[in-house]
Design a binder for this molecule. Sequence first.
Ligand SMILES: [Zn+2]
Length: 291
Amino acid sequence: MFIDIHTHAILLHDPRQRRISRWTAPDELLQMWDDLGIARGVVLPLVHHEIGAILQTTENVLDIYNLYPDRIIPFCNLDPRWQYNNPNNDFTPILEHYKELGCKGFGEFVANLWWDDDRVLNLLSHLEKVGLPVLFHVASKERGQYGLIDDYRLTKLEFVLKTFPRLQFIAHSMGIWSNISGDANEENWMGYPTGPVTPGGRLIELLRTYDNLWGDISAGSGNNALVRDKEFGFRFLEEFQDRLLFGTDICGFGQEVPQVDTMNEALASGLLSQEGYDKIAYKNAVGLLGL
Ligand SMILES: [Zn+2]
């Protein structure tokens, strides 16, 4: 059984939108989950203008949740620049409102702002207060990318992990997963580095140091980190079995999803225990999201 921590689907209320939306429809998402053996999962609203031509409200995800309450786990989302681009907006009432409506977390946070931007810090402080975990994507620069901006050593991420110790950070994207290995550098960290993992990965250091950091194994980035050096990757799953979450990052119908095979291969190798497998597959999500 799997719980998927990371997907995207939009309920198009207006068929004209189909011409500019590349995102999965809710029934397509369920069909893909059925084929993969995924019982249920999170749908992440796409609210930030950096992400695409079709934006999605939290209410749209709640509509999908109301159609399929047994399968959809809604997250809420907002942009720290909303409400007059203020660094001191009180986002707590909105977040509490979405929590009451059933939202279990926040994200995908992809605003192309620095982690230590005053508007981002303000939003993170409200997320910590309300108690919603944040799932995020990392960028290396402004423009041409989406996600919170950091350097390849993830210095800014470390700063927010330290600043908000009660906020649970769910890490995703190339910039995170290239750092499983000590050879991540300025040139390769936003890509999909291959070859043996070398000691000293920043992600590993941060996971060992900060217990509010979680890893979402979704997307090409998460899977690549686990299979580029399978012995290392499968041992990594075992070591961090309490802080990793199964996910796919399904965005469009028919997309390839390698994570189920990777998990099964790790189990078959004997390097990942059944207990660790079950935690990553669904038990950690149940605990973290309070399902
Ligand atoms: Zn995503």
